[in-house]
Each structure stands twice: as structure tokens, then as C-alpha cells.
Design a protein around this ligand. Structure first.
Ligand code: S3P
Length: 430
């Protein structure tokens, strides 16, 4: 579906965000393998999370919707059923990689498949350490389908040193470790997002995190739990960004996850001179939550790299777009992994900005952008990527005539995105 993005005279409102997608995948998986009944609230209705739910249902867990956003989960105490057909992970890399670890550990044979985009993403990085733990797992030339076969022996504990920071890899090995005798450890070159560590501890699992190394003593099963998910900071970022670049912008996002590994985008825009505030910080289950207020701001170019880039990974295309409205040069580096996401996000962002008549230099691991620039409306193809579709829409709140092709792709993480944008356009508080 093609969608025209309305420009805004004023971008004002109060928003509640659906639960964080990363945390939701993990909560669904742990609840499904727990020995009892769990309740998960503020569950995002994202296609990716629904892929994880459907797979865990086929593997034997039962999910009963109590309301639109709350689900009761009847866990199987780690005793998963062997599925009769391939498990479809859709577009979701997190589903495929986390389930690869879980199923390699559990006594189950299964095939994991995904859509065209997921079938191009690298899977050797997950199969290889699992194989070293004794798993019988094969890829198709380093990609999906992944085939996991039941083994005669349990996995053996491993100390894996990850060549790249990746929360999906770390979490897959942690899930495999739940079925492994002894101490499994994962060390990363720098710390990736830590939701698994937090949720594992919250559900009573023997995990310990020390800097870049985490260890888990297996075998172990999670306790059932009740968890209300805090709002997704990656989804909130689009509305905060729109408030920053619009003349009368003021957006308040309530109950957003406040986790340093997910706030890189917000720290970066603060460095750009953004008027952005965090308050009402409090403990929220295994995470902290906060209120984020973003106001119309004059932005200046900055340099983003290393830790800052890693902590804003999924938001780097959005940050590149804000650079179009900032004074001076912005250089974003350290985003090499963006080439292996739902699309090649470095290429897709360059194409989007060029289609809008903007100037951008593409680097191997990021971009250089000099602002401010004058852009023109155009039809944007998001390259099948939800984050590119939402980024183009943010620019569209400022630049007249932007249309987004295949806009339904936002369902991957944020099905209500356009509905919320339309309401804000009418000045309705959400
Ligand atoms: C995710 C981890 C990140 C991120 C992805 C979700 C997760 O990928 O880009 O959208 O939920 O674990 P990495 O595996 O590269 O850290």
C-alpha cells in the first residue's frame, strides 16, 4: 500500500508505545519453556513477535489472549514438541537465531525457514558455535533454511568468543546453555543489548554478567513470571525525531524502556543539540522505564562511532536523516552490521536520501552528510524494511510530497505507526 505522508504545522502529542520488540521475543520464549503459567502485558502486535509466538505454539506452548495486549502463556517446562512442518520465522532474524539456539539445546528436530529477506541473512555465525557445543545443525550455504536434528548426546558447555557484538548470537547460546551441563560463557568484543541477561535473572536463571562476558550454569529452566513490557525506545525514536525537526514540535513518550544499550540514538541527538529530556525513571520488571520529552530543536552535525553507533544500531538510518536538517557535517561510522539487517540499511538509506534530492556519501560502515539540505517530495521504496519506511515518514512530516511505497512493512515492528501519525496530524493526544 502506498501512503502519502502529511506535513505538520505542529507536531505535538503524548504517546504510549507498544512493548519493546527485543524484550517481547525473549519473554515469549522464556514463558513458553517455563514450568507454569506466565502473563506478558503490553505485548507489541508486531509481525516479528507474532512469528515467535506462532513457532512456540507449534513447539507445544499455549498462548491465551486475555486482552489485545496481554497474553497468558502455558509453558512446557522445556519439553518441546517436534514440529511436523518447517517453523516459519517470517522476516524476523531474532526469531530464527534465538530459536536455533533453543532447539539445538532441546531434544527436538526442526527446520527453520524465513522470507526472502531473512533467507539472505548470515546464519553461519550462529550454526558454527552451536556445532562446537555438539549440536547437529546445518545451514543452506550459510543461510536459512536451518536444519536441526535430534542428537544422542546432550550439548557440551563452551566458552565462545564472539567476533562481533551481537545480542541475537549471545542470546541463542544462552538459550542452548539452558539444556547444557556445566558453565557456558559468551564473550563479546563490546557489550551488545542485555535484555536476555536481565530477563534470565528475572526468571530465576543462574546467569552472571561481568562486563563483556556472560556465563550461565546449565541445565536450568525459567520460573513462570508476570511482566508488563515497557515501551520500545526504537519505536519512540521516530516520533521524537519528528518533534525535533518540526517547528512546533513537542512529543512526550510515556513509559519507554530506559536501558543504556538502547539509548544511543537519544544520546547522539542530545550531542546534536536536541532538546530532549528523560524523567520519571523507575524500575519496570527486569528493565527501567522513563518518560521521554523531545522538543523542536536546532541541530548541529556530529560524529558517531564505536559504542555510540552500537547503542543506536537500529536507529542509525534515522540519525542519518536528522543530519539532513542539522548545521554542518555529520559522520556516522561503526554500522557495518547494518548491511546485514532486514535490508542493506546503509544502501537503502543512501538511496532514500538521493531519491529525495539529498546529498550523502556512502561509506563502508556508515555515511557522511552535510546539512542543512533542501529536499523534494518523492516516492520512496523502503526496500522491504520497516525502519526505512518509518524513517522516510519522519522526513515526510517536514518535506512536502513524500510518499512511501509498500508502507504495510511497518507491521514488522510497529503496526500502529501510521495510525498514530494520523492522529498526531489531527492534534489528538494518544
Ligand atoms: C536484536 C539485536 C540487534 C538488533 C535487532 C534485534 C535482538 O541485532 O539489530 O533488531 O533482539 O537481539 P544484533 O544481533 O546485531 O545485536
Amino acid at each position: 500500500m502506498e501512503r502519502s505522508i502529511p506535513t505538520f504545522d505542529s507536531f505535538k502529542g503524548v504517546l504510549r508505545l507498544p512493548g519493546d520488540k527485543s524484550l517481547a521475543h525473549r519473554a515469549v520464549i522464556l514463558a513458553a519453556i517455563a514450568g507454569g503459567v506466565s502473563v506478558i502485558g503490553n505485548l507489541p502486535q508486531s509481525d516479528d513477535v507474532n512469528s515467535t509466538i506462532r513457532c512456540m505454539e507449534i513447539l507445544g506452548a499455549k498462548f491465551v489472549r486475555i486482552s489485545n495486549h496481554t497474553v497468558r502463556v502455558f509453558g512446557v517446562r522445556g519439553e518441546l514438541k517436534t514440529p511436523e512442518a518447517p517453523l516459519d520465522c517470517g522476516n524476523s532474524g531474532t526469531t530464527m537465531r534465538l530459536l536455533a539456539g533453543l532447539l539445538a539445546g532441546a531434544d527436538v528436530s526442526a527446520t527453520l525457514v524465513g522470507d526472502a529477506s531473512l533467507s539472505k541473512r548470515p546464519m553461519r555465525r550462529i550454526a558454527e558455535p552451536l556445532r562446537r557445543m555438539g549440536a547437529d545443525i546445518s545451514t543452506t550455504d550459510g543461510h536459512a533454511p536451518l536444519v536441526i536434528r535430534k542428537r544422542r548426546h546432550k550439548l557440551t558447555a563452551l566458552h565462545h568468543v564472539n567476533p562481533i557484538p551481537s545480542a541475537q548470537l549471545k542470546s541463542a547460546l544462552m538459550l542452548a546453555a539452558l539444556f547444557t551441563e556445566g558453565l557456558t560463557a559468551v564473550t563479546e568484543p563490546s557489550k551488545s543489548r542485555d535484555h536476555s541477561e536481565r530477563l534470565f535473572a528475572f526468571t530465576g536463571l543462574p546467569v552472571s554478567a561481568m562486563g563483556v562476558k556472560i556465563t550461565l550454569a546449565g541445565p536450568a529452566r525459567p520460573r513462570p513470571f508476570t511482566l508488563n513490557l515497557c515501551g520500545d525506545p526504537s519505536s519512540a525514536a521516530y516520533f521524537a525525531a519528528a518533534a525535533l525537526i518540526n517547528a512546533k514540535g513537542r512529543i512526550q513518550c510515556e513509559n519507554v524502556m530506559h536501558n543504556q544499550r538502547r539509548l544511543g540514538f537519544y544520546r547522539a541527538v542530545k550531542n546534536m543539540g536536541a532538546d530532549i529530556r528523560f524523567d520519571s525513571t523507575r524500575q519496570w520488571g527486569c528493565e527501567e522505564s522513563c518518560r521521554i520529552t523531545a522538543k523542536s530543536s536546532r541541530l548541529r552535525g556530529i560524529e558517531v562511532k564505536g559504542r555510540q553507533a552500537l547503542d543506536s544500531l537500529d536507529e542509525l538510518p534515522l540519525l542519518a536523516s536528522l543530519a539532513l536538517f542539522a548545521d554542518g557535517m555529520t559522520e556516522i561510522r561503526g554500522g557495518k552490521e547494518l548491511r546485514k539487517k532486514e535490508s542493506d540499511r546503509i544502501r537503502a538509506t543512501t538511496l532514500m536520501i538521493k531519491t529525495l534530492g539529498g546529498e550523502i556519501s556512502e561509506l563502508d560502515d556508515g555515511w557522511k552528510i552535510k546539512g542543512p539540505q533542501t529536499l523534494r517530495g518523492a516516492l520512496i521504496d523502503p526496500c522491504g524494511d520497516h525502519r526505512i519506511a518509518m524513517t522516510a515518514s519522519v522526513i515526510g512530516t517536514r518535506v512536502a510530497g513524500i510518499r512511501v511505497k509498500y508502507s504495510d512493512v511497518v507491521k514488522i515492528s510497529y503496526p500502529q505507526f501510521f495510525h498514530q501519525l494520523d492522529k498526531l496530524a489531527k492534534g489528538i493526544h494518544l
